[in-house]
Design a protein around this ligand. Structure first.
Ligand code: GMT
Length: 384
C-alpha cells in the first residue's frame, strides 16, 4: 500500500457525515497517509494534534452585494490552492452538496494546468433523500455525482435510493460507516448511573440533531407509555430546531421529572455507557451512525424500520424495529426488553457482537483499496 496525500472535504460539525469523515481521516493518518482537511471550521472530532493531519480553513469573503456567501466557489478555490501547494493525490468529499460540485470545479481548473486531481464522493443520506432530490439542487447534484471519479454510499439502501432518484451512470460502491472501538466501548460508570437513576431506573437515550426527520416527539411519547409500566429515565442528547417543541411536549405529558435534556455532548460514549436502550424513530435514515455507536457500547436499539437502519439493527437480535410513527409498538418492545434483566443482558451482548462487524479495522482497508482503484483507473483515463 502506497502512502497517499488525501484531501478531505466535509461538514465539520457534530453530524454523522462529518464524524465519519474525521474518524476516517484520523485512521488514514495513523496508517501513514497525509490527510488534509479542507473545511470552514476545524472538524469537532479533530480533537488533538496529529503529526500528518493538516487543516486548511475555507473563508468565504463577505460583500454587501451577497445575500448568500458563495461558499461553493470559496471551497473550490481552496481545493485548488491546497492541491497545488501540497500536491494532493486524491480528494474525498463527504456529503454531495455542495462538496461534489466544488470538487468538480477544482478538478477542471487544475486540469487546465496539467494537474489531475481525481475525487471520490461519499453519499451520506439527506444529500440524496431530502435535499439532493429537491428540484432546486437536483441537476447540479446529479451532474457532479456522475462526474466523480468514484462514488460510495454508506448503505445498500442509500445506493438503491440514489439509483431510484437520480440518473446515475456509474457504479456506486457501498462502504458502510464504522466504529472506532478504542473510543466507543462499554466502561464502568456505575457512580454516574446512580446520579441519573438513583433508584435503579432503566435509562433510555436518544442522540440526534433534533431535526424534524428524527421524530424526537415519538421518543418522548413512547417513553411516556413505558414509564406507566417500568421506572425509567430518558436522556435526550443533542440540539436542534425541534428541541423547544419537545420540551413543551414533556410539560404537556407531565414527565419532565424523568426526562433530561443534555444538549450537545462531546463524550457521548460516557452517556451510552450507562444506558440500557437507544431509541431512533427517524422517518428517514440512510444508516444511523448514532445507533451503531450505541450498539458498540452494548446498548440495544429500538428504531423505525426505514432506510439503512435494518442493515445495522437486527429485529429480535440487537433490538426491535417498528413502523415509522408507531410509538405504541416501540413502547411495547421497550417493556419487553427492559422488564427482564436476563433478556436485556442478551440483547446488550448481541448489539455489541453485531457492531463488531462494523469495526474500523474492517472498513478502513475497503476505503484504502477503493482509493487505489480510483487512482489507477482515473490516471489511466487521464493519460490516454
Ligand atoms: O442525520 C443528519 O441529518 C446528519 C447527516 C449528516 O450528514 O451528518 O446524517 C446522515 O449521515 C450519517 C453518516 O453517514 C448517517 O449515519 C445518517 O443516517 C444520515 N442521516 C439521514 O439519512 C437522515
Amino acid at each position: 500500500m502506497i502512502n497517499m496525500k488525501i484531501g478531505v472535504v466535509c461538514y465539520p460539525t457534530y453530524g454523522g457525515s462529518g464524524v465519519i469523515a474525521t474518524e476516517l481521516g484520523k485512521a488514514l493518518a495513523r496508517k501513514g497517509h497525509d490527510v488534509h482537511f479542507i473545511t470552514y471550521q476545524e472538524p469537532v472530532r479533530l480533537d488533538s494534534y496529529y503529526e500528518n493531519i493538516y487543516y486548511h480553513e475555507v473563508s468565504a469573503l463577505d460583500y454587501p452585494l451577497f445575500q448568500y456567501q458563495p461558499y461553493e466557489s470559496a471551497l473550490a478555490s481552496k481545493i485548488v490552492d491546497v492541491t497545488r501547494f501540497e500536491k494532493l493525490d486524491i480528494l474525498h468529499v463527504h456529503y454531495a452538496i455542495p462538496h461534489a460540485s466544488s470538487a468538480l470545479m477544482a478538478r477542471s481548473i487544475l486540469q487546465e494546468s496539467g494537474y489531475h486531481l481525481p475525487f471520490i464522493t461519499t453519499l451520506h443520506g439527506t444529500d440524496i433523500s431530502l435535499v439532493g432530490k429537491d428540484p432546486g439542487y437536483k441537476p447540479v447534484v446529479e451532474y457532479s455525482i456522475n462526474q466523480s471519479n468514484g462514488i460510495t454510499s454508506v448503505s445498500n439502501n442509500l445506493r438503491e435510493e440514489t439509483y431510484r432518484n437520480f440518473n446515475i451512470k456509474k457504479e456506486i460502491e457501498v462502504i458502510p460507516n464504522f466504529i472506532d472501538f478504542s473510543r466507543f466501548k462499554k466502561t464502568d460508570k456505575e457512580h454516574f448511573k446512580k446520579v441519573l437513576a438513583p433508584n435503579g431506573e432503566k435509562i433510555l437515550i436518544h442522540v440526534s440533531n433534533f431535526r424534524k426527520v428524527k421524530r424526537v416527539a415519538d421518543v418522548v411519547k413512547m417513553f411516556d407509555l413505558l414509564i406507566k409500566k417500568i421506572p425509567a429515565k430518558l436522556l435526550l442528547v443533542g440540539d436542534g430546531p425541534d428541541r423547544a417543541n419537545i420540551e413543551i411536549l414533556c410539560r404537556q405529558l407531565g414527565n419532565c421529572e424523568q426526562v433530561r435534556f443534555l444538549g450537545k455532548q462531546d463524550a457521548v460514549e460516557d452517556l451510552l455507557a450507562i444506558s440500557d436502550l437507544f431509541v431512533l424513530p427517524s422517518e428517514s435514515e440512510s444508516f444511523g451512525l448514532a445507533a451503531l455507536e450505541a450498539m458498540a457500547c452494548e446498548v440495544p436499539v429500538l428504531s423505525s424500520n426505514v432506510g439503512g437502519i435494518p442493515e445495522i439493527n437486527v429485529q429480535g437480535v440487537t433490538g426491535f424495529l417498528s413502523p415509522v410513527g408507531d410509538y405504541e409498538d416501540m413502547a411495547k418492545w421497550a417493556e419487553f426488553i427492559l422488564k427482564d434483566d436476563t433478556k436485556l443482558r442478551e440483547f446488550k451482548k448481541n448489539a455489541y457482537t453485531h457492531a463488531r462487524t462494523f469495526s474500523i479495522e474492517n472498513i478502513l482497508p475497503q476505503y484504502e483499496a477503493y482509493y487505489e482503484k480510483t487512482l489507477q483507473q482515473s490516471n489511466s483515463e487521464w493519460t490516454i
